[in-house]
Design a binder for this molecule. Structure first.
Ligand SMILES: [Mg+2]
Length: 266
């Protein structure tokens, strides 16, 4: 190719790229849901996350000093565990997000979970079952709350529904390992309390979630005990960098552009 021809080809390519750029549209809230529901890229990210974790699994189990909890000490002789969030981490709620009539309520979400088969995220069940086969105990820490319902028995009918969603996703679970918000008075939606509870008996080798609060305490705008101050976009960004070495090694985050504590901060 002559130099002049190369310049012409390059100019044409730039022109085409610019044209493609102008044909794109801004994303909207509905596009966020559509992306999770239908984009192959979302599916790939989920697989990428769980495949990456699988690469680390045996190293994490074998190293007695390996913990995904920055404050965990003297855990080398404890059995190993992984803590998973559930919604948008193991199962997708995109169909619920698309169809529910605002405003969001826990009751609407619970009814949807009861009435529809859960949608598993790609790679999640394979990884969870691989970890379990390797001797890891799985805990599921969700902010689906326990709430009494007049039309259902028991103080936490949401627990059986949640266990059912996990089973539908290919992950066996029981009430000893599924920890809902408010299942105990101190188990607020600040997940630190439940992570600490697991850490009393297990060396926690990995965390999985879609929300900063699945990894780091005090990351919501409205602080809950023991947090004193609400988070801001800047404080959340700082906390990411303070834990830079954890991501992709001990902490694995799934993309969720639809909802989460990130929407509450400024
Ligand atoms: Mg979640």
């Amino acid at each position: 190719m002559t130099r002049n021809l190369a310049v012409i080809v390059l100019a044409a390519a730039i022109g085409l790229a610019a044209c493609a750029q102008t044909q794109q549209t801004r994303t909207t809230e509905n596009d966020a849901i559509r992306w999770v529901e239908s984009a192959a890229e979302f599916q790939a990210l989920s697989l990428q996350t769980y495949n990456s974790a699988a690469e680390r699994l045996h190293q994490a189990i074998a190293d007695p000093d390996w913990s995904a909890l920055p404050d965990q000490r003297a855990a080398s002789t404890l059995p190993v565990a992984i803590i998973f969030d559930i919604d948008e981490t193991l199962v997708s709620n995109a169909a619920f997000q698309r169809t529910f009539e605002p405003p969001f309520t826990n009751l609407k979400h619970h009814d949807w979970n009861r009435n529809y088969v859960a949608t598993p995220l790609p790679g999640a069940a394979d990884f969870a079952n691989k970890a379990r086969a390797a001797g890891v105990t799985l805990f599921f820490v969700t902010n689906r709350p326990c709430e009494e319902r007049a039309d259902m028995p028991g103080s936490c009918p949401q627990e059986a529904t949640t266990i059912g969603d996990l089973v539908e996703s290919g992950i066996a679970a029981d009430s000893d390992h599924v920890m809902l918000a408010l299942e105990r008075p101190e188990w607020t939606s600040e997940k630190l309390h439940r992570r600490n509870h697991v850490a009393e008996t297990h060396r926690v080798i990995m965390l999985f979630g879609d929300d900063l609060g699945d990894f780091i305490a005090c990351s919501r705008a409205r602080p809950l005990h023991p947090c004193r101050e609400g988070a801001t976009a800047a404080s959340r960004a700082d906390s990411i960098m303070q834990h830079a070495g954890y991501w992709g090694k001990k902490w694995f985050v799934l993309p969720n552009p639809m909802h989460g504590s990130w929407t509450t901060v400024e």
